[in-house]
Write a new protein. Sequence first.
Length: 363
Amino acid sequence: MEAIVMISQALLYVCFSVLAGSFILMLVPNNVRPEVKIPKRLLLISAGTLPIFAFFPVLDITLFIAPRLGLVESFKLVLTTYTVGTAWNFTLLGSVVLILLISIVKETEKSRFAYLGTLLTLGLMLTVAWSSHAGSIDPTMGLISHFLHLTAVSVWVGILLMIGWCAVNHQHWLTFLSWFSAVAIGCLAAAVLSGVLLMDVMVDGYISSWVGSYGQGLLIKHLFLVPLLFYALVNGVIVKYKLSKDAAFNPIPWIRVEGFILLTIFMITAAFTQQSPPHGNNLTTEAISPLFNLFHGSTIEPGQSIGFVVNMYTVGFFFLSILLFGVLILSFLKKASILLSFLISCFLVSSIYIMLMVTMVIR
């Protein structure tokens, strides 16, 4: 059930990205962005599946207490007294209103409807933040930080996805980059700030959290920032330069790669928000991540801590990471396919991750 909940939360965040990106692009004038064709069916599917994906944490808790109270009574109890159930009630209500709004809107009224769609999407994000682990640990700071994090990344991912896959041309691209770069920088700043606040709420020690699944997800997510920042630089600076020299240059594939990288980060975030965050500085053998087990085994004595030692494997994977970063640059210069560029990014992240894991020691 835990795996199903993780997948459902990742898909939930994809739905938020689609909705947020679509409504924001509808609000932006046509002369400062490429022409985009966003299917109404896509918006309806995203809005309609939101309460379904958000329901799985409710179902997980219901099934956990059902052996004691029975399925029906447990379901009633979770929906009426648990925060996750109460929040889901609002998610369901907001989703129904959003579906009705999308269904009745006409093509000529998209800009006016987008304001309401944006507000409803933000409200739905708030309900999800309310029911999150961070919100349960610290009802005020946890809710605010999770909501800011979810909103910032949804906007960034959403615009990239909709432009990357729904744009029918790349007209007005330089004008688009002029405002989107500012939006992306703002989203990055908000994501970093809210991420630091979330870490303060969720974990007592960043490095020591790597022992558990939550910390492993956090580490992998942060490592994906390396290729993300590379492609953000490519799309914000290098592509702008190429377009100023060659108007026929097609920048859309590189927006798609950045969108894939960011979406990967977002889905990792969604999946691992369902993991129990570690607390306390002492390491134990309980809830050790399977990934951590691959490198260090599952036996940790009370009072042991994490240290770092440079060895031949560290040096080897360090140079491999540098080599892969060079290949990543080459993939852009040689106009490699989107899939190949994304795979190289994944190999780069894997190399840095293994380097860190083999450098770690338990003592």
